[in-house]
Design a protein around this ligand. Structure first.
Ligand code: ARG
Ligand code: ZN
Length: 857
């Protein structure tokens, strides 16, 4: 039985476990309805060990338990057992029965399309056997799997196999959340890799027969990740095999189990015909992310789940660096900032706000968030900026050397950097322990000779270190001062620029009448050096200067974005036509062949409806989702009308020159070409999209064309064709579902989602399918918020329905409700009703009830 009592876990209550685990032996006798798990575990008491031991366990049927060979009768509870134990080292043996076939929560041991697989992070191992299921208990595991299935995998190195069994040994002590087992009819694409230490490693990517033609990119990404981690961070792989397995049913993206990573097939399978450029980039990043965990997560793990960002923030930072090296650093930075601002700033501004290292939780699965992952990565990035590359590298080396084999904390990580910096960085650490996005205001004072910047921060807690990369532009946009890092450490500081030495020095508050003539223009927070809300009091003309000339690609893009956002807001709130000068500046950038096409595509991207709603809410206005959606259409029309000629030329010029390649250059060209097509279709209609749909040799263009056709209501044939081609390829069919919901307007998104939930290919047991249909509807701003409340109702119905089967999936779907207080009274009332209806569902999971409770506040 799932425990539904709202039990809060607190960081302050952390106590170490009373025993060391010196050895774990597991035997699995696999059967879909009744798998037997035999465990032999050696415990050694620590000084503070009590006389009774508590082990975690959920949904297990205990068959027998022995201590040092003698039968014992533990007291069973809903979440584990307690048992009297001797005050000396002892052997615990237990046999339990579990039913992987009926496991729809996809936590612990479950089945996906006939394949046995596991997901143990964060607390799934307790659904496999009784164990101290906490990350600070680390032990070497030996595993025997008994089954007639052809492929039997677990962590570590293979140590033996024969008819009906296989044995594995993992020499590296690990916590239970990194345990994994896979059994099934699978085929591998393989390669070998020689590490810098001379170890030959066998690499395998395992998939269902039939999918082996789509594993090449994942395997190649793995090889590049392994080499890169050696070169960049000196991290070398430490086993003789590295296995990746793709399964179709998976709650998350992928999982870094030691030597046996298990992936959502969406992040493995790719061919030009089935995967978009974005999919290829995602596969490369997720394969790298999971591989990088081998050091940041596995060799050094987390003491408790409050420290989740110790492994996730650091590993996301590492995968972002990898992608930047493999592709375009500038483009990657913009993409990451887009995600951070869209999802993390929103989280930080609402009822789900939490620090990257929270100090309480009810259900830890609810804390695999953009704050823990992406903001956690930003904090590591800022640490690298304030320390400089050498000191940061030395601190990281110290961390790897000092904590290898341990379960560490954020404080221990941070101490390594303080030590090598020989300095106290106290104000920096608030980034981990305090929630909220700092607001930074910069004012300028020019006295005719000297420019002084006054910088202030507003945070919920004390002042944080805020590293701002700053440069100066002259009146014609020429760079007159190179990028310098100014780190704000207090609430307020002043810096003045000294041209003779090209340096900035701190100073007192400027006084005297400011002048305007000939003042240099600061370009602030270059490269998004700090994840803050910046108010620098720029005029539109100044933004255009930065947009047209800055040497920093991030600030160029961002200035353009601010101009477009202002135009968008003007359209929505005052019915004001977009400023022609802004559109002309955008046109110049889009036409500029000296700029990377990927960057130009990003310049063409409009802020999302949710972004506009958030901006309005911050300004104290009530967003109207329909007006926002219409505003976007009109903005697109205005851009199309102004740029049609250029866009037609771009569309023709960017036609593919050779066969599809999923590299950054090709992807950038396609992104710009597809952006041009989409914009042009507003004035030119569906012909070009129809032609592209049938001629494209790749999924990127085919899907872009289909999206345009859907928006124009001209997609019937293409939709049928797409379904006929891909109805037996689940990862591609997911796109077919998602695109239909995502490409129509307003309440039609809800109707479409509802209709698709009745489609014969809709299967509510598959998380990817559910997210394609319902997740897309929930993210469709005008659809989810349609005035009749239909979006809220469909969402609540499905959350209530999914919750008993898969709590993690259901809880994840509640998050779009987090912005409910932004909207008008009617919508607020309907959202509150929907949330309350979910809250009152019988036997609601801990996952969903915590989310709903936090959202309602
Ligand atoms: N550690 C995995 C990763 O980031 C994700 C695990 C997700 N688990 C969960 N309970 N949400 O690579
Ligand atoms: Zn991770």
């Amino acid at each position: 039985m799932k425990d539904t009592a709202p039990r809060t876990t607190r960081l302050a209550d952390y106590r170490p476990f009373g025993w060391r685990v010196t050895e774990v032996h597991l035997t699995f006798r696999l059967a879909p309805g009744a798998t037997r798990v035999l465990s032999r575990i050696r415990f050694a008491p620590l000084d503070h060990a009590p006389a009774r031991m508590t082990l975690d366990g959920e949904g297990l049927t205990l068959i027998s338990a022995l201590i040092d060979g003698a039968p014992v009768s533990p007291d069973l509870t809903t979440d584990g057992l307690t048992v009297d134990v001797p005050p000396a080292p002892f052997l615990w043996e237990a046999e339990v029965e579990i039913a992987p076939e009926g496991n729809t929560a996809l936590e612990g041991l479950y089945m996906s399309g006939g394949i046995y697989c596991t997901q143990c992070e964060a607390e799934g191992f307790r659904r496999i056997t009784y164990y101290p299921d906490r990350p600070d208990v680390m032990a070497p595991f030996t595993v025997r799997i008994e089954s007639d299935l052809p492929v039997l995998l677990s962590n570590g190195n293979p140590t033996g196999s024969g008819p009906g069994f296989a044995e594995w040994h993992d020499p590296w002590p690990k916590p239970s959340y990194l345990f994994a087992l896979v059994a099934g009819n699978l085929v591998a694409t393989s390669a070998s890799f020689q590490t810098a230490e001379g170890r030959d490693v066998e690499l395998n990517v395992w998939v269902r027969p039939g999918d082996e033609g789509r594993t090449g990119y994942a395997l190649d990404s793995l090889i590049r990740s392994m080499r890169w981690d050696e070169d960049r961070f000196g991290r070398v792989y430490d086993l003789d095999v590295f296995n990746i397995v793709a399964v179709d049913d998976f709650n998350a993206g992928a999982m870094e189990n030691k030597g046996l990573n298990i992936f959502n097939s969406k992040y493995v399978l790719a061919s030009p015909e089935t995967a978009t450029d974005r999919d290829f980039e995602g596969i490369e990043a997720v394969v790298a992310h999971e591989y990088f965990h081998n050091w940041t997560g596995n060799r050094i793990t987390c003491r408790d789940w409050f420290q989740l960002c110790l492994k996730e923030g650091l590993t996301v930072y590492r995968d972002q660096e990898f992608t930047s090296d493999m592709r375009s650093r500038a483009v990657k930075r913009i993409e990451d900032a887009l995600l951070l601002r869209a999802a993390q700033f929103r989280e930080d501004a609402g009822p789900l706000a939490h620090p990257p290292r929270p100090d309480t939780y009810v259900e830890i699965n609810n804390f695999y968030t953009v704050t823990v992952y992406e903001k956690g990565a930003e904090v590591v990035r800022m640490l690298a900026s304030v320390l400089g590359p050498e000191t940061f590298a030395t601190g990281l080396e110290l961390y790897f050397a000092r904590h290898d084999g341990h379960a560490a904390t954020i404080e221990e990580f941070f101490a390594c950097f303080q030590e090598v910096a020989g300095d106290t960085l106290d104000g920096f650490a608030r980034w981990w322990t305090e929630a909220g996005t700092p607001r930074v205001t910069v004012s300028r004072h020019w006295d005719g000779e000297t420019l002084t910047l006054s910088v202030r921060q507003e945070t919920l807690g004390g002042p944080r270190w805020i590293p701002l990369a700053v440069g100066l532009l002259g009146p014609d946009g020429e760079e007159i001062a190179p990028t310098t890092l100014l780190t704000l450490k207090d609430t307020e500081a002043h810096w003045r620029y000294v041209p003779s030495t090209a340096t900035w020095e701190t100073c007192s508050a400027p006084n005297g009448q400011p002048k305007t003539d000939g003042a240099p223009l600061p370009s602030i927070n270059r490269g998004f050096s700090a994840p803050v809300l910046l108010e620098a009091g720029m005029t539109d003309a100044e933004r255009r200067l930065i947009f047209g000339h800055d040497t920093d690609p991030f600030n160029r893009w961002d200035a353009g974005r601010q101009l477009i956002r202002a135009g968008f807001i003007g359209l929505v709130t005052e019915d004001r036509e977009p400023d022609p000068e802004t559109l002309a500046a955008m046109g110049r950038a889009v036409r500029d062949d000296a700029l990377d096409p990927a960057f130009r595509a990003l310049v063409m991207g409009l802020p999302s409806d949710d972004d506009i709603a958030q901006t309005l809410a911050e300004a104290g206005r009530t967003p109207d989702p329909d007006l926002i959606e219409t505003g976007r259409e009109r903005l697109r029309e205005a851009i199309a009308a102004l740029l049609a000629g250029d866009l037609r030329r771009l569309y023709a010029d960017l036609a593919p020159v050779g066969p599809y390649r999923p590299d950054a250059d090709g992807a950038g060209r396609r992104a710009l070409r597809c952006a041009a097509l989409s914009c042009l279709s507003v004035v030119d209609g569906p012909d070009a999209a129809r032609a592209l749909y049938s001629q494209a040799d790749n999924m990127t263009e085919r899907l872009a064309a289909l999206s345009v056709l859907l928006r124009l209501g001209a997609a019937e044939d293409a939709l049928a064709d797409f379904h006929a081609r891909w109805s037996r390829t689940p990862d591609v069919l997911d796109k077919w579902f998602a695109l239909q919901v995502g490409s129509v307007k307003g309440s039609r998104a809800v109707e479409t989602a509802l209709r698709l939930t009745r489609h014969p290919d809709f299967d509510w047991r598959r998380p990817n399918r559910v997210r394609s249909v319902l997740g897309t509807m929930l993210r469709h701003h005008a659809g989810f918020h349609s005035a009749d409340g239909a979006g809220y109702k469909v969402a609540a119905d499905w959350i209530v329905r999914l919750d008993p089967a898969n709590p993690q999936l259901a809880a994840g779907l509640t998050s779009p409700f987090q912005t409910w207080r932004r909207y008008d009274g009617d919508r607020q009332g309907m959202m509150r009703d929907a949330l309350e209806r979910i809250a009152s569902a019988d036997g609601l999971s801990r996952d969903t009830s915590e989310m709903v409770g936090r959202i309602l506040g």
